[in-house]
Design a protein around this ligand. Structure first.
Ligand code: CTP
Length: 422
C-alpha cells in the first residue's frame, strides 16, 4: 500500500511494545527510540524472561514511563486492561516461540499475554528464535493460527543467530518493523472525505406500550464499522436501534426504535452519504396494530398477533440512491452464499457482507465474527474469525476498493481471496 507521511502516521499514537525473553530483546530498545522519535507514545511491557536480557530501567529511561512487568503488582487501577484497550497498535518484538504458543492458544499467565487478550487494536508480532525452531510444525501451526485471526506476523530473517548457526530466526530489521507499524496506523486516513451512513442494532416493533418484537442483534458490528470509518477519517452518522453499547466518539448518533423510524432516518440522510452500510438487523414484520394500552391477559384466553411487513430499507435506498455505494449484510443460518448473492442482486447492492450467525465464536452478541464479502463486480473475499473491530476494517478496505475501482489496499492474514464467485 502507499503510505502517507510516516511521521504523521505515528505522531500522537499510543503504542504498546511487548518484549519477550529473546537475545534480540536489546533490539527493542532501538525500536522504542525510533517509535518515540516519530512522535508516538510508547508503553513497554516486559515478560520476566525479557528482564534477564535487558533491564526495565533501560526502557523506562527511554520511554519516560514505568515499564510494566508484573500482573500481580499493578498499582495503577486495571492497567493490564486499560493499556491494551487504549493502544492504537500493539507490537511484540521480539516474540519467542513460547510467546507465540501462548498467544495462539489464548493463555494468559503473565501480564503481556493477558494484555494481548484485552487488546482490540491491530497486533504486530515479530518472532525471533534459534534455527530450526521457526520451521517446527508446532510453531508453524501457532503462526498460522495467529495470522488467521488477523495478527500481523513478520517472518524472521535468515542470517547468523546467537547460537552461531545460520538460519531463519533473526528478528526482522527495524525498518520493516516500522513499516508494519505505519501500515497498521496509516490505513486510518484512507476514508477522509467520505460520508458514511451506518445502521446498527435491532429494531423494536411495539405490540403495546410495554412489549415489542425484536431480535438478538447486539449492534456490535455496526458500531465497530462506525468507529472504524471514523478512525480512518470519514464523517460518520450512526443510525442505531436500541443497544447497550457506548456511543462511538466522533460519530453523530441517531437513535431510533422501529423499522419505520430507521427507514425515515436513513432516507433523510441518503443524499449526504457517499457510502451507506446497513448493518442493522431490521425486523421484517411488525404488529399490524400496536395497542395504546397494555394488553391484559385477563381479557383473553389466547392472543393472535397479525403481523405486516416493515419497509425494506435497503430496497428503498437502492431505488433512491444516486452516487452512493450501498452495502448490506446477510445474517444467515444456512446456504450462506446462495442467500447472500440473491440479496445482493434483489436489493440492488454494491456489496453484501454475509455471515453465518450460527458459527461458533461469532454471530450475534459475540465480540468476534467471520464474514464473506461479495461485491457487484463478482469478487468474493472470505475473512476469518477476528474481533469485530478488525473485521470492520477489513470490510471497509473491501468497500474502498470497490469505490475506487482498484485493488484492495491492504492484505490482512485470515483472508482468502477466491476471485470471481460466479
Ligand atoms: N434490511 C432492510 N430492511 C428490512 C430488512 C432488512 O434494509 N426491513 C437489510 C438489513 O439491514 C441487511 C439486509 O437487508 O443489510 C439483509 O437483511 P436480512 O435480515 O439478512 O435479510 P432479509 O432481507 O430480511 O431477508 P430474510 O429475513 O428472508 O433473510
Amino acid at each position: 500500500m502507499t503510505l502517507a507521511d510516516p511521521v504523521n502516521c505515528l505522531q500522537g499514537k499510543h503504542i504498546l511494545l511487548g518484549v519477550t525473553g529473546s537475545i534480540a530483546a536489546y533490539k527493542a530498545v532501538s525500536l522504542l527510540r525510533a517509535l518515540k522519535a516519530r512522535g508516538a507514545f510508547v508503553s513497554v511491557v516486559m515478560t520476566a524472561h525479557a528482564t534477564e536480557f535487558v533491564t526495565p530501567l533501560t526502557f523506562e529511561v527511554l520511554s519516560g514511563e514505568r515499564v510494566l512487568t508484573d500482573l500481580f503488582h499493578m498499582h495503577e487501577e486495571m492497567k493490564h486492561l486499560h493499556a491494551p484497550e487504549n493502544a492504537d497498535v500493539m507490537v511484540i518484538a521480539p516474540a519467542t516461540a513460547n510467546f507465540l504458543a501462548k498467544a495462539a492458544l489464548g493463555l494468559a499467565d503473565d501480564l503481556l499475554s493477558t494484555m494481548l487478550l484485552a487488546a482490540r487494536c491491530p497486533i504486530i508480532v515479530a518472532p525471533a528464535m534459534d534455527g530450526g525452531m521457526w520451521t517446527h510444525p508446532t510453531v508453524v501451526e501457532h503462526v498460522n493460527r495467529l495470522r488467521a485471526r488477523g495478527v500481523v506476523v513478520l517472518d524472521p530473517e535468515e542470517g547468523p543467530l546467537a547460537s552461531g548457526r545460520i538460519a531463519q530466526g533473526r528478528l526482522v530489521c527495524e525498518e520493516k518493523l516500522l513499516d508494519a507499524v505505519q501500515s497498521a496506523l496509516c490505513v486510518h486516513s484512507d476514508w477522509e472525505g467520505e460520508h458514511v451512513l451506518v445502521s446498527a442494532g435491532p429494531t423494536q416493533e411495539a405490540i403495546d406500550p410495554v412489549r415489542f418484537i425484536s431480535n438478538r442483534s447486539s449492534g456490535k458490528m455496526g458500531y465497530a464499522l462506525a468507529e472504524a470509518a471514523r478512525a480512518r477519517g470519514a464523517s460518520v452518522v450512526l443510525v442505531t436501534g436500541p443497544t447497550a453499547l457506548a456511543r462511538p466518539s466522533g460519530v453523530e448518533v441517531v437513535s431510533v426504535t422501529s423499522a419505520q423510524e430507521m427507514a425515515d432516518a436513513m432516507c433523510q440522510r441518503l443524499e449526504w452519504a457517499t457510502v451507506v452500510i446497513m448493518a442493522a438487523a431490521v425486523a421484517d414484520f411488525c404488529p399490524k396494530e400496536s395497542a395504546s394500552q397494555k394488553l391484559k391477559k385477563s381479557d383473553r384466553s389466547s392472543l393472535v398477533l397479525e403481523l405486516v411487513p416493515t419497509p425494506d430499507i435497503l430496497t428503498i435506498l437502492s431505488a433512491q440512491k444516486t452516487k452512493q455505494i450501498l452495502v448490506g449484510f446477510a445474517a444467515e443460518t444456512e446456504h450462506l452464499l446462495e442467500h447472500a448473492s440473491r440479496k445482493l442482486a434483489d436489493k440492488g447492492l454494491d456489496a453484501i457482507v454475509a455471515n453465518d450467525v450460527t458459527q461458533q465464536g461469532g454471530g450475534f452478541g459475540s465480540d468476534q465474527n467471520a464474514a464473506v464479502v461479495l461485491t457487484r463486480d463478482g469478487r468474493r473475499r472470505e475473512i476469518g474469525l477476528m474481533p469485530k473491530r478488525r473485521l470492520a476494517d477489513e470490510i471497509l478496505t473491501e468497500i474502498k476498493r470497490l469505490k475506487d475501482g482498484g485493488c484492495a489496499s491492504t492484505v490482512i492474514a485470515g483472508e482468502e481471496d477466491r476471485g470471481n464467485a460466479q
